[in-house]
Design a protein around this ligand. Structure first.
Ligand code: AQP
Length: 338
């Protein structure tokens, strides 16, 4: 059998499970914009079906979905260049998700560390959806035959599972129908850590608001959170090796490097030897200068939610031109009578 070549296509998504954080921006959205601007066909998604794997208040979910769309657009994702969608408006995601739930093996799912982290000791009481989530994520990607998926480091294992699902489907049915997707995990901030604990990922659902920078935070709030960020008493090193045992210092330097688009070594050449008392105001100033234009644009877009809804409706129509034929062909391969 010949291996088909798949046309490059980029897909990625973010859950509207809270407000956008600096982690989502640096780990994911910045790369989304770069790939769009490099001229690749791109599909970006608010994954609302994933968000409800944990409880979401319905009105918050609506608000967060529109605000996330505003965040995408304000960060540089153009609805003219990318297909911008809300997952539940493109039903083929969930339909292919079911097929993939029948391809993925229990043993594979039980190895997913994000499930273990999110369920904690509560594995009997969390939703079945939280456990099955990675099969739906594989469907989100493969229902577009996407070849490249820009994500933060925390999603690496789910992308390996996506490759396993595609491989098993192709093998079981004797086809070369689904591509083996490449994760794109690059840059200085693929894993932005909590400002309160350098061993924990910055997360929109962390109960402590001080642990994260929200894209909607104003300048004073950003400066205050950075001023209060956990650090150690030592001065900053002049080389990256000096950060290896200092997770909080490494995190702030990585954030600085990603925001200023410089390698970590160049940043340390500039700020090595400084105490945090001197470095934190520099970081705050940089963060405010990069994030303020985005948050003001988000506020402007949120003043017209009907326009956001129009953009998403158009995105869903464009997306379904791709997803309907791929799902139909999948059903045919599986042997469903149509
Ligand atoms: N701290 C982070 N550093 C770098 N990248 C990150 N991402 C998330 N947090 C960081 C990347 O953002 C994209 C969207 O993530 P998501 O919203 O789908 O889910 P998540 O990874 O579970 O993010 P959160 O903020 O922690 O959400 P909750 O609290 O709802 O679970 C992904 O590409 C992710 O890698």
């Amino acid at each position: 059998m010949t291996t088909p070549t798949f046309t490059p296509r980029v897909f990625s998504g973010i859950q509207p499970s809270g407000g956008l954080t600096l982690g989502n921006y640096l780990g994911a959205i910045k790369r989304f914009v770069q790939m769009q601007d490099a001229g690749m066909p791109t599909v970006y998604c608010m994954v609302d079906l994933h968000a409800i794997t944990v409880w979401q208040d319905p009105s918050d979910l609506q608000h967060n979905t529109r605000e996330l769309a505003a965040g995408f657009i304000a960060s540089g994702i153009s609805p003219e260049k990318s297909i911008l969608i809300n997952q539940s408006q493109v039903p083929e995601h969930a339909q292919l998700g079911w097929i993939f739930s029948c391809v993925a093996r229990m043993g594979w799912m039980q190895r997913m560390t994000q499930f273990k982290d999110k369920a904690g000791k509560n594995t009997q009481n969390v939703s079945l959806g939280l456990f099955g989530y990675p099969a739906l994520m594989a469907a989100d990607i493969l229902v577009y035959h996407a070849t490249h998926v820009p994500v933060g480091e925390d999603q690496k294992q789910h992308l390996e599972l996506t490759r396993d699902i595609a491989t098993k489907f192709n093998h079981d049915y004797g086809v070369d129908f689904f591509p083996i997707t490449e994760p794109v995990i690059e840059g200085a901030a693929t894993r932005v850590m909590s400002l309160r604990d350098g061993s924990k990922k910055m997360s929109k659902s962390d109960p402590s608001d001080a642990s994260r920078i929200n894209m909607t935070d104003d300048a004073d709030t950003i400066a205050k959170k950075i001023r209060k960020a956990k650090t150690d008493p030592d001065a900053l090193p002049s080389e990256a090796a000096g950060l290896s045992e200092r997770p909080e210092a490494r995190n702030l330097i990585n954030i600085y490097a990603a925001l200023s688009e410089q390698p970590v070594d160049d940043v340390l050449r500039e700020v090595g030897g400084q105490q945090f008392g001197a470095f934190k105001p520099l970081l705050a100033e940089l963060a405010v200068s990069k994030l303020s234009p985005i948050s003001s644009e988000m506020a402007r877009l949120m003043a017209d939610p009907a326009e956001i809804d129009r953009i998403l409706a158009r995105g869903a129509r464009q997306a379904r031109e791709i997803t309907v034929p791929i799902l139909e062909k999948t059903y045919e391969i599986v042997g469903m009578v149509r």
